[in-house]
Design a binder for this molecule. Structure first.
Ligand SMILES: Cc1cc2nc3c(=O)[nH]c(=O)nc-3n(C[C@H](O)[C@H](O)[C@H](O)COP(=O)(O)OP(=O)(O)OC[C@H]3O[C@@H](n4cnc5c(N)ncnc54)[C@H](O)[C@@H]3O)c2cc1C
Length: 643
């Protein structure tokens, strides 16, 4: 209830008859889906005296993987607590993305702190997934690992080669079940037997073809596989799907594991804090220890689960820091202001990153290309229902481009860092220009496309702090978009705008008309369209998140004042507490963040198993860094059947 009160206005059009229509159809589609092979998560809270070996907090992209991996050993009791409910059936339909992201029962919409230099000074509105599967259940499904340079940078930053590309590649491969026969043949880079299916959306309609032609005509090279030897160019990207259905890490990992007796999953369980107790270690120093968590169940009752080995936080890059702060782990001054007893003075929440982007350039589609009427919609549904194909099996966002702009100086010679790391991504988002303003509704037949340049490696930093000591209040978030000294992030973004503006004639030839309506960016209406001042204005007033929140509790080397975790993902100065989600990343990667988060979670599970001597199937991969190894490092396959 309190969560509802704290939400910003949701763009949901729940009362629209079309929404009801789609929901009913989604249910019909679901009823024809192959029989559920996975048990439903338990929605009943556990007994008051619940005890586990490991408590995992947050059942998102990372949490579902950590819980499933750790419970492979039947001796290890794992409890996963998730504040939302189970992934809804319509999440499986790729084109229903827009309905999901507008639904208050799976997404929380919040407002960030107002800042002068972005979001028109009013505070960016941003969504937070709230369901078992987290971002993986509502996201755009793009499977993008990023550049090898990203991970070599991580290794250098944290002083640990095991986070370098040749090491983390094993975990990417371990997670992946690539369903494209040709791509899967590239065994150096791809896995074929992991739990996470990766495939192309089956449908590539005329709109996609023409967008691809426009990128090609603009001189960008076509890149078939962005997850192997390089990313630069434009691509139709593979997705976390199988046979025309979304497969989140909930479906891929946790669903098949739910039958395990040693795994307990509790939904509608909001963790309010980690229980941290001062203890004595062998040297006699007082070193606090995480002993469990407190959570609020669906009935609003406070409960406790004890963790005999450790607590793993996977509540996402905005809520993991909030939970740490509520538990007395964070900047001392900040905690003092809320009368929270200090357990460890750490820069929790300080290094928040998201890939700054802003409203890009909007193109309207010729009616001949983007027809959408009731007849077509019914055809679409029939096609999907029968063949898992057609417009419902895909999203326009499957096409994207990665660019190195040249804003940053070239890397020093001999440093072995070829200029293959993109700093800009052009994302494409489809929507409908509906007269009733409910653009989210029948978006699977988009008639309007926005090209959104996103700054992949922002210099700007934000922060996550507590709004209040009430654990049900959302965190206070400041994104800091376009706030870096020297405006380098702004320069990268503007390069993206220029690139798309230069594509305008090619897009026009192919049926896409640039929408010059000043209403697209009212604050910039008085400025000449496309001018430098207009570009600045666009960035400052139409700023948005890319939903790639990361690095808010980053790992780092000993002595790094900005590091919250060590490179084993352990919270510094606290025993029995780890972070294994996007918060732990040292910096954002060259692209979307879901695949990197899955890699971090796979690695975290191995680190935990190793530390506690748990069994299961460690990635045969913890060999010496630098040995990229053959694909025998892959998982031997889902033991409980695939999703
Ligand atoms: C709209 C959208 C589109 C995106 N598109 C893409 C894309 O196309 N490709 C891509 O690679 N990435 C995409 N991403 C990003 C990607 O999904 C995230 O990076 C990834 O899901 C982060 O994983 P996580 O485990 O760190 O956090 P999440 O997946 O967000 O999981 C956190 C979980 O913790 C739960 N939780 C939070 N607080 C508590 C609490 N107190 N108690 C219990 N549970 C709690 C949440 O409900 C949630 O389930 C997108 C994200 C969004 C939101």
């Amino acid at each position: 209830m309190l969560m509802q009160m704290s939400r910003a206005a949701s763009p949901a059009c729940d009362n629209d008859p079309l929404y009801t229509f789609v929901t009913v159809l989604a249910t019909v589609i679901n009823s024809r889906l192959q029989a559920e092979r996975t048990a439903r998560a338990q929605e009943q809270p556990g007994p008051d005296d619940d005890v586990a070996d490991v408590v995992v907090v947050g059942g998102g992209s990372a949490g579902c993987i950590v819980a499933a991996r750790l419970s492979e050993d039947p001796r290890v009791r794992v409890t996963l607590l998730e504040r939302g409910g189970t992934e809804p059936p319509e999440a499986r339909v790729p084109a229903f993305l827009s309905y999901l992201t507008a639904r208050a029962n799976v997404m929380e919409f919040l407002q960030a702190q107002p800042e002068k230099g972005n979001c028109n000074g009013t505070g960016c509105v941003f969504p937070l997934p709230s369901l078992l599967s987290g971002g993986g259940g509502v996201n755009g499904m793009l499977y993008v690992r990023g550049s090898s340079v990203d991970y070599d940078d991580w290794a250098e930053q944290v002083g640990d080669l095991s986070w370098g590309y040749s090491s983390v590649l094993r975990y990417f491969k371990r997670a992946e079940r690539n369903l494209d026969k040709i791509i899967a043949l590239d065994r150096r880079f791809h896995g074929r037997r992991g739990r996470q299916p990766v495939s192309w959306h089956p449908y590539r309609g005329p709109v996609l073809q023409r967008l691809a032609d426009a990128f090609q005509a603009a001189g960008l090279p076509f890149r078939r596989d962005v997850n192997a030897r390089g990313q630069l160019g434009y691509s139709v990207v593979q997705t976390t799907t199988q046979g025309g259905e979304r497969v989140s890490s909930f479906r891929a990992y946790l669903g098949p594991a739910l039958r395990r007796r040693n795994l307990r999953v509790v939904t509608y369980a909001t963790v309010t804090r980690v229980l941290v107790e001062p203890t004595a270690n062998t040297e006699g120093d007082a070193l606090p220890r995480a002993t469990g968590v407190e959570y609020m169940d669906a009935a609003g009752r406070l409960r406790v689960v004890k963790a005999e080995k450790e607590v793993v936080l996977t509540a996402g890059a905005l809520n993991t820091p909030k939970i740490l702060l509520l538990s007395g782990i964070g900047p001392a001054e900040h905690l003092k202001a809320f009368n929270i007893s200090l357990m460890a003075d750490l820069p929790v929440g300080q290094g928040l990153q998201d890939q700054s982007r802003a409203g890009g350039l909007v193109f309207d589609c010729d009616a001949s290309l983007c027809v959408s009427d009731w007849e077509h919609r019914v055809d679409d549904l029939e096609e999907y229902d029968r063949h898992r194909n057609g417009t419902l099996s895909a999203t326009p966002g499957q096409i994207t481009a990665f660019v190195r702009t040249g804003v940053d100086p070239p890397p020093p010679l001999g440093r072995g860092r070829p200029a293959k790391q993109p700093d800009l991504q052009i994302m494409v988002s489809g929507s409908r220009n509906d007269p009733n303003g409910c653009v989210v509704l029948d978006r699977w037949r988009s008639n309007r496309f926005t090209f959104m340049p996103a700054v992949l490696h922002p210099r700007s930093r934000g922060e996550v702090r507590l709004r209040s000591s009430d654990p049900l209040q959302p965190p206070l978030v400041r994104f800091g978009f376009f706030s870096d000294d020297g405006n380098r992030d702004l320069a990268v973004y503007k390069e993206g705008l220029k690139l798309v503006l230069a594509m305008e004639p090619r897009l026009a030839e192919r049926g896409f008309t640039l929408n010059r309506d000043p209403g697209q960016a009212p604050a910039c209406a008085g400025l000449p369209f496309g001018s430098d001042a207009w570009q600045d204005c666009l960035a400052r007033t139409t700023t948005g998140t890319t939903w790639h929140y990361a690095a808010s509790c980053r790992m780092g080397r000993d002595g790094d004042a900005g590091a919250v975790l060590d490179t084993g993902l352990r919270v510094r100065g606290v025993q029995g507490l780890r972070v294994a989600d996007a918060s732990a990343m040292p910096s954002t990667t060259s692209g979307n963040t879901n695949a990197p988060v899955m890699m971090v979670a796979e690695r975290a599970a191995d680190l935990i198993k190793k530390d506690h001597g748990f069994g299961g199937k460690p990635c045969a991969d913890d060999r010496s860094p630098g040995d990229s190894g053959p694909s025998d490092s892959e998982d031997s396959g889902p033991e409980d059947g695939s999703a």
